[in-house]
Design a protein around this ligand. Structure first.
Ligand code: GLN
Length: 384
């Protein structure tokens, strides 16, 4: 029998697996982070219009000119960053493709890539697929980054550090002081900052600061984001990259061979949304998520979880050790089957599974009614 040519040393995505578990159990899926509420009409109408007017063939491989223009304008408007749509912007099939394309383009086999932990589960496999060695630096949930530990992780072999702000799964938003310290390390060690900012508009406290805006960082930063979270269209797969020109050229080549391009009509629709939606849209997005966050937080605390409110993104990482002595996988599966609420086992966000064995992650990108029902089920399970 044929077997896979290379196993690569990583396992399947636990986040995606938990969606299948939730579907099998008929549980409320608070595992994989995708909204259950509709995308804005402007996107849906624009996508339909683009398809009907036959924008149905490949776009320019590195992105439709209109969307690259809209992305560049957004960086100028939100962060005062000057971005050239022709030289700096690449559109990909989601931030997921963006991250792996960037690593394949910029990292050589044998290089080290620093990843702050807990981390979104794709980053480890992304580093491994590019032949790099991931170096994990733990960050205590609820605490700031231990900058001395980050500094110690840098070595002559370091090619890049992966940042994710606001963070999945902790909700931490990197502060200016943290970003400045990391930027200084990148400059000193001639390393790339690869920054996943897909939750940039889902913020409850502080301010979103792209590290690309710090002195000397534009030429060593690749900024990844996309439409999935900002416009509630995770299934569209439209991601964005802003990179210095030479890096962008290498990234575009990898992207071309990986996927040729992102869906053409959906690129037009995202461009239209970026052109027409004003500040009120982004404020409403964040305030809607704030209400959902507060709703889920109060249910989790009442049910007996230990957790603190995230400053950004749409997840709560919750400590269940006061409720059960099970490990995270057993607990998550039991919750899905018995309580009818599926979270993600915490171990999937750590290199050493035992570091997350007392944690589960709940997503709150769901309608308030569904979150209320999930809360009722959790409280009934643990307060009985
Ligand atoms: N980023 C989301 C999560 O962590 C969705 C992940 C995915 O499956 N692409 O749940």
């Amino acid at each position: 029998m044929q077997t896979a040519r290379r196993t690569h040393g990583f396992t399947e995505s636990v986040i995606r697996e938990m969606t299948r578990v939730a579907d099998r159990c008929g549980a409320i899926n608070l595992a994989q982070g995708f909204p259950d509420f509709p995308a804005p009409e402007v996107l849906k109408e624009a996508a339909v219009r683009a398809i009907r007017s036959d924008v149905n063939q490949y776009a320019v491989t590195w992105g439709s000119p209109r969307l690259r223009e809209a992305v560049a304008a957004g960086y100028g408007r939100w962060y005062d960053l000057e971005v050239d749509p022709d030289r700096h912007v690449t559109i990909t099939c989601g931030a997921t493709e963006a991250m792996v394309a960037v690593m394949l383009a910029l990292v050589d086999p044998g290089d080290e890539v620093i990843i702050l932990e807990p981390f979104y589960e794709n980053y480890g496999p992304d580093a491994i697929l590019s032949g790099a060695k991931p170096i994990f630096v733990p960050v205590q949930p609820g605490e700031g980054i231990d900058l001395d530990r980050v500094a110690q992780a840098f070595s002559p072999a370091t090619r890049a550090i992966v940042l994710n702000t606001p963070n999945n799964p902790t909700g931490h938003v990197l502060t200016r002081a943290e970003l400045e310290a990391i930027a200084e390390l990148c400059r000193r060690h001639d390393a790339w900052a690869i920054t996943d900012e897909i939750y940039e508009h889902i913020l409850y406290e502080g301010q979103h600061l792209p590290i690309a805006g710090l002195p000397g960082m534009r030429e060593r930063t690749v900024t990844v984001s996309g439409a999935s979270k900002t416009f509630s269209v995770t299934g569209w797969r439209v991601g964005t990259i802003v990179a210095p020109e030479a890096a962008g050229d290498a990234i575009r080549k990898v992207h071309d061979f990986l996927t040729v391009g992102a869906p053409a009509p959906l690129q037009e629709a995202v461009a239209e949304a970026m052109e027409t939606l004003g500040d009120a849209y982004y404020q409403d997005l964040a305030s809607g998520y704030r209400s959902r966050r507060d709703l889920l937080m109060s249910s989790l605390l009442e049910a007996g979880f230990r957790c603190s409110p995230p400053a950004g993104a749409y997840y709560v990482l919750a400590d269940f050790s006061g409720l059960s002595g099970e490990d995270d996988t057993a607990f998550a599966l039991r919750l899905a089957k018995q309580a009818g609420v599926a979270p993600v086992p915490g171990s999937s966000f750590f290199a050493d599974p035992s570091d997350g064995s007392h944690l589960v992650r709940f997503a709150f990108c769901k309608s308030e009614d569904l979150l209320r029902e999930a809360g009722r089920r959790l409280m009934a399970t643990f307060n009985a």
